[in-house]
Design a protein around this ligand. Structure first.
Ligand code: SF4
Length: 378
């Protein structure tokens, strides 16, 4: 029987050093391998030309491989968004979304911190939305991923592979293109915390994407908000609020029974913010459910309960992206703008996220591995 292949993608520098040391290879080889896999984003051992051929052959004999992930399908939206279906060795797959020009989700969140503002603006940008699990167990009532249930966690390598696959597909040179990452695809990243945070470290130290360009969104797994705050390398924090009171939130996001809005606010208030960093509340607007002016007033009260910290909170508003099997309605633009105005009039920054890729089921809350759609794949 053929031995199972071992993935290199997902191993950090210490693990690679240990692995190569077992075979009597010097330490610098681990560094070369790390550079090749993450920075150069090679897709096969043969591309690691800095290694002598006998060493490459040895890696193959030991059944090592760079990544078993592959792009199974691509769906192109009329707005330029691409939804990738990325498959893994066990036959499972997740979605990763490429959004040229982004969706304005990072507006007002301090993304430009640490970089020359004008230079950053000149570089073309794109946002990649990444999955952290296959399916999801959180069961938010407005989300199509919830309908899949949780299939399994992704490994750190599988999380990184989504990004390297998409970057390679677009031939991205990170010096020339500004890439933002949002952990908002399939899954709740904080329910797969160790793999998620390991992937973040590999993306920063290996692939070369700054942590200030990454945002992780949680449905409100409160203990992990505290854990994230203690990380040396971490993305920015976004919290899916989606309701203005506990009764409504528990209906929409059942884990609110365990960690309610007060617990969320307490964790968010304690979250150590870096210079120019803000906390984002994501708010999916559902017509007639949570999009009234009364709801907006309750949201303002929640933000004001941050006290001095209220000035570091911003809101991202998302008009619900419809999907089959879910019986909510998307509010009219006028309602979305009225909600935004009410929040802004209270002095709280509120941005409307542009829907990206709705026609190919790539938009926020629509990821359910749907393959039978028009228009055609690319
Ligand atoms: S919104 Fe996020 S946390 Fe909620 S079910 Fe969907 S994928 Fe899971």
């Amino acid at each position: 029987m053929r031995a199972a292949a071992q993935e290199i993608l997902g191993l950090d520098i210490q693990e690679l050093t240990g692995l190569l040391k077992e075979w009597g290879e010097p330490r610098y080889r681990a560094k070369q391998l790390f550079e090749a896999v993450y920075k150069q984003r090679v897709t096969s051992l043969d591309e690691i030309t800095v290694f002598p051929k006998p060493l490459r052959d040895q890696l193959k004999e030991k059944h090592l491989q760079v990544s078993g992930a592959r792009v199974e399908k691509k769906f192109l939206s009329s707005d330029g968004t691409i939804r990738y279906l990325i498959g893994f060795a066990d036959g499972q797959s997740v979605e990763t979304v490429w959004m040229p020009e982004g969706d304005d989700g990072e507006a007002g969140d301090g993304s430009e911190a640490g970089e020359e503002e004008t230079a950053a603006r000149r570089r073309p940008r794109a946002t990649i939305c990444v999955s952290s699990q296959v399916g999801c167990a959180v069961n938010c009532k407005f989300c199509m991923t919830a309908l899949l249930g949780l299939k399994r966690n992704l490994s750190a390598g599988e999380i990184v592979a989504q990004i390297t696959s998409v970057l390679n597909d677009h031939n991205v040179d990170l010096k020339e293109r500004r890439i933002n990452l949002v952990f908002m695809g399939q899954g709740e990243p904080f329910n797969n915390y160790d793999n998620f945070i390991k992937a973040v470290r590999l993306l920063v130290k290996g692939v070369g994407i700054a942590e200030s360009r990454m945002t992780a969104s949680t449905s409100g797994i409160v203990p992990k908000i505290y854990d994230l705050g203690k990380e040396e390398i971490r993305p920015k924090l976004a919290i899916s609020l989606n309701a203005s009171n506990d009764e409504e939130r528990t209906k929409l996001i059942p884990i609110n029974k365990k960690w309610d809005i007060a617990a969320l606010v307490e964790a968010a208030k304690a979250f150590p913010l870096r210079k120019r960093e803000n906390i984002t509340f994501e708010y999916v607007l559902l017509e007639g459910e949570n999009d009234s002016i009364e709801n907006a007033k309750e949201v303002i009260d929640i933000v004001n309960s941050f006290g001095e910290r209220a000035s570091r909170v911003k809101l991202n508003l998302i008009a619900w992206n419809a999907g089959p099997e879910i019986a909510f309605h998307t509010p009219e633009d006028s309602r979305v703008h009225a909600f935004q105005k009410a929040i802004r009039d209270a002095g709280i920054p509120a941005f409307i996220r542009r829907p990206r890729g709705r026609d190919i089921y790539a938009a926020c809350g629509q990821l359910k591995r749907i393959v039978t759609i028009e228009p055609a794949t690319v």
